[in-house]
Write a protein of this length. Sequence first.
Length: 627
Amino acid sequence: MKQGQILGVDEMRRQIELSHRRSTVRGIDPILRNTRQALLSPAELKAKRQDNGDLLDVLLPQFEEFYNFLSPNEFVIAAVDPDGYILHIEGSSNLIENAAKRNCIPGYRWTEKDVGTTAIALCLKLESPIQLIGDEHYCRQAHGLTSSTAPVFGKDRKLIGIIAVSGPSDKAHPHTLYMVTTAARAAEQQLRVLRRNKELALNVRFLDQVIATSRTGLIIINSGKQIWRVNRRGAEILKMDNLEGQPISSLKGLKIDLDDVQTRPESWVNKESRLKINNQTLTLIHTVQLVMSPEGERLGALITFSEVKEIYRLADTIAGTRAHFTFDSLVGSCPPFVDALNLAKRAASSDTTVLLQGETGTGKELFAQAIHNLSDRSQNAFVPINCGAIPANLLESELFGYVEGTFTGASKGGKPGKFELANTGTILLDEIGDMPHKMQVKLLRVLQTGEVYRIGADKPVKINTRIIASTHVNLLEAIREGRFREDLYYRLNVFPIAIPALNKRGPEDILALSALFLAENADDPPGLSQDARDLLCSHPWPGNVRELENCMQRALHLCEGKELRPEHLSLSPAPADRPTQAGTLEEMNRKMILDTLEATAHNMARTAKILGISRATLYRKLKQYAM
């Protein structure tokens, strides 16, 4: 028996007979309606109607049309829920009054266990259209009636209700059953449309929320390149409202060629554009993707975009270009070091250019990171660049970037320089004293104008970058020797901070730093013997704090017990009358470099690492000592 199908005559008779037998077994009163028939309270009936609101919204208008074919003075029509409760009934007042005597009014349940064999009860059980005439009803109260019912199915063919028509048995006609069944199918069609509309509306609301809450700017344009939609983030980036309906060309500088997008889609990925908005330049990275119909018709395009500074900030996060050290990382209590710390903390509260001066390895970059992390720019990029370690012919492109096609091998789309990457953040110009003289002129221009020209560009990029410079070179001496521009020096020397060498900081700082490095590199660090302490405090530390850190790391590898001794430190004790002349110190440095070079078979990278200096510094020392 197929769900929803009208039964044949023989099958209908068989099902009626089976239902009569079940009704007898259930003890249904064949004379009067069962007084135990389930009945809803007014509040429960109201709730039931609300739960079945969609069904009633569709059926009730159909009931009015139904009376164009059936007389309301002879027939009643009812809506029944899937549990068998009558939700609504229509007809003349006399018919409604007579129906009430048979409990055929809203609120009563009409299942087989409640009322025996009825068209409603059989329709609920078989989920097929049913027509009963006269004594085919189990209860004699209905023997003078004919009843026709049809099931209404919802999503996934689930029974959601029944349409029931009842009238005098002498008016019985097979067409009535077909009419009720047709009405049920029409109701199902309407419910499907409503359901699809609701799902579509829900999907549209969902997509609206996705578009609205996207953290990327979105612009949707139609095939005529008119703006159809701009999301919230897009309006924030563009600082413009009410763009809907305007041509995309109203955004000056954003040129969209949909024909080119279709033929060369790869060239419209991550493009850079500069827009003129309210007399200001806004640099965007955008991607354009066509929206096509299933038939291949071009409907429009989706433009996703972000401010270039947001892209740089994301790149900094992924690449790790962040400042990790804070003032809590800087350990020391000697007066010169404390003075340097206090100056650095004051510098952090402003955007003033800072010049950090100190020997190699004293921790100039740590100071720079701490200043950045205490400043208002702490959530933005910290970009260091060693001005002495990059060849002069590459330094310009590293600092200022270049446009596409500038030279052979240039990256597609060009490349931003360190100043742009550090926009709204901080750039550390490390070893500024070793910067080539030609580059000093270009750096001075950036400091004066706050603008950067990429190599090959005809327009500048405005930047808001805080500058911290550092050097081990005596810049005043370099100026006298013609190696450093005096005007650049005065641009950089706004807030000078001198970081003392380790051998000027005293035993307390040396031992405090030693303990710190041991704790950072071992879960259960060994202690220092008194001889080891004495050796650490007497060593000249030409590599400063960096050399001390490397010394502690080596010692941990050599020490197998709970105490570090002098032999673990790989340091030679200084004589009691240790000379302090600069020439003697240079001789010690020269010998240390020579000994380390021999130990590493002249491996420059390993030598620099052991000495705690950069390779650039090592090469400079070799040149200085004519080695």
